[in-house]
Structure formats: structure tokens, C-alpha cells
Design a protein around this ligand. Sequence first.
Ligand code: NI
Length: 174
Amino acid sequence: MAKRKIILVPDEILRKKSEKIEKITYKEKLLADDLFETMYNNNGIGLAAVQVGVLRRMIVIDVSKKDEEKKPFCLINPTIKSFGKESSTYEEGCLSIPETFIEIERPKSCIVEYVDILGNKTNMECDGLLSTCIQHEINHLDGKLIIDFLSKLKKEILIKKLSKNKNTSSRVIV
Ligand code: NI
């Protein structure tokens, strides 16, 4: 396992659409291990492969609290099959956008279909923080970021601020 560098906004790779994974080989398993290590090392609760520069549809998630047992999930080619009617709001951060938190309203629950690391097609019902986190990570696979939920003006101001960090696009957050 190895910790990988996290790519930061405004790097354009974060805006690209990730490709479907057709086959799970040792390379995909290695990528999953690296994503988990990178996520845990940076105290994140979710990470998408594109955030370490790999444009493939894989995300890792663990929303367990610090004193709880770890609940790691690796989702390959995840798609949301349905959303619940209720919504919830969280202040979301992103490992690719340092020191930025944005209040985002999303469906409180959803059903996600994905392939696990053993190649099994699985359905998972998600609620609360897990639902928000999965939606956030799937957005990454389609090049969508939390700053896209802001008004045009607020987004422009924030991007200008973040662009000052241009030379740090391969910086490791530790
Ligand atoms: Ni993110």
C-alpha cells in the first residue's frame, strides 16, 4: 500500500469524467488499497480515484466515527438507482479543496448499485452521512465539485482564491 498525492482545485483533471472499470485485476485492488490509505491518512471520509489522478470509476468511503469500528466500502462503477423524498443538509468539505466548507442540500437517502472489489454486483441502501458522502464521491466521477453548488458569483470569488495555490496542485495534505 502507498499513500498517493491528492490533486487540488483548480487542476483540470478534477473536471473530467471517469471511465467505467471493466475488469478487476490486482491493479484495481492496489488502487483501492491506496485510496483507503490516502483517505485515512488525510482524515477524509471518502475519496474518488480521480482525486489521485486516476480517471476510473472507483470510490472509497468510511463514515465511521473515530471511536467506532472501521466500516470501509469500495464502490466500483457506482450508480444511484433511486433517491428518497426527504432531504438533508451537511456542511461538506473536500480533500481536493482545502479549508472550504459548503452547506449542501441533498436527498437524505438513496439506493446505490455498485460492483465490490471481489466483482460482486451489490445494492446498498444509504441514509444520512453515508448517503451524502456517496453522492459527493459519485459527483467526482462526473467532474462535479462542491463549489458547483454555489451561486455563480460566490463560485468565481472562491476559484480566484483557490487559484493562488496553483503551484501546489500536487501537494500532499497531511
Ligand atoms: Ni471531494
